[in-house]
Design a protein. Structure first.
Length: 226
C-alpha cells in the first residue's frame, strides 16, 4: 500500500513538473515573440529610412530629366505662305554611326545603329506664280508653273530610335554620336526621296490638281508649259 502511494505521488509530481515546464516554455516563447515585435517596431523607422536612402541614391545615379521651357518666347519672323503640297514621302532608313573603329575599337570605339523614320513633303510655291507666268491665247490658258521644291524633310522623333549601341571598355560613348546620326539620317531621307523622283511627281500632281482648279474657274483648256 505505501508503494502504491509513492507511485501516485511520483505521477502527480511528474504532471506538476510537465505543467511547470510547459508554463515556462510558453512564457519564454511569448516573451521572445513580444521582444521580436518590439524589435521590429523599433527597426521599422530605420528600415523605412534605409529604403528612402536607397531611393534617393537610385534617383541620384539615374536622374530623371527635367524640362523647363523659358517662359519668354521670341517670334523672329512671320511669313505668309501659299504652298501647294502635292506629295508626301514616308521614309525609313538605318544609319550606322561609329567612332574609333580600328584595332582598338573594343577599348575606345563607339558604334550605334539608328533606325530613322522621316517625312519629306514637296509641292509648288504659289507665291512664285505671277501674271507673267500666264497668258490666254484664244480659248487656251497657258501656264508656266514654278518648279517643284521640297518644303519639309524631317525626322519623326517618336518613331526614330537607337536600335543597338556598342561601346569600348574604356569609354562611355560619345555624347554627340546620336546627334550626328540624326543629322545624317535627315540628309539620307531627303536624298532617298530625291533619287526616287519626288520633285517630278510633285510637279505632275500639281498640274493635275490645278487643271481641275482652272477648269472650275471657267478655263477648261489649260496647258502647262515646262
Amino acid at each position: 500500500m505505501p508503494r502504491m502511494k509513492n507511485n501516485w505521488f511520483n505521477f502527480i509530481l511528474l504532471i506538476a513538473l510537465l505543467a511547470g515546464v510547459y508554463f515556462i516554455v510558453t512564457t519564454v516563447r511569448d516573451a521572445i515573440s513580444q521582444t521580436a515585435q518590439q524589435a521590429n517596431s523599433a527597426l521599422q523607422p530605420l528600415s523605412q529610412a534605409n529604403q528612402a536612402m536607397q531611393t534617393q541614391v537610385a534617383q541620384l545615379m539615374n536622374p530623371t530629366p527635367t524640362i523647363i521651357p523659358d517662359p519668354v518666347t521670341y517670334i523672329t519672323e512671320i511669313r505668309a505662305l501659299a504652298r501647294l503640297e502635292t506629295i508626301q514621302y514616308s521614309v525609313e532608313k538605318v544609319i550606322t554611326a561609329e567612332i574609333g573603329q580600328g584595332s582598338f575599337n573594343f577599348l575606345f570605339g563607339d558604334k550605334l545603329l539608328f533606325v530613322a523614320h522621316g517625312t519629306v513633303i514637296a509641292g509648288i510655291d504659289m507665291n512664285k506664280l505671277g501674271p507673267e507666268n500666264m497668258f490666254f491665247d484664244g480659248n487656251v490658258l497657258y501656264i508656266t508653273l514654278p518648279p517643284a521644291e521640297v518644303f519639309i524633310a524631317t525626322l519623326d522623333n517618336q518613331k526614330s530610335y537607337v536600335y543597338d549601341r556598342e561601346t569600348g571598355i574604356f569609354t562611355k560613348g560619345v555624347n554627340d554620336l546620336e546627334t550626328l546620326a540624326r543629322q545624317s539620317a535627315e540628309q539620307e531621307i531627303l536624298k532617298a526621296a530625291m533619287e526616287d523622283g519626288i520633285l517630278n511627281q510633285a510637279q505632275i500632281n500639281a498640274e493635275a490638281f490645278l487643271l481641275k482648279f482652272f477648269a472650275a474657274l471657267g478655263f477648261p483648256n489649260t496647258i502647262f508649259v515646262r
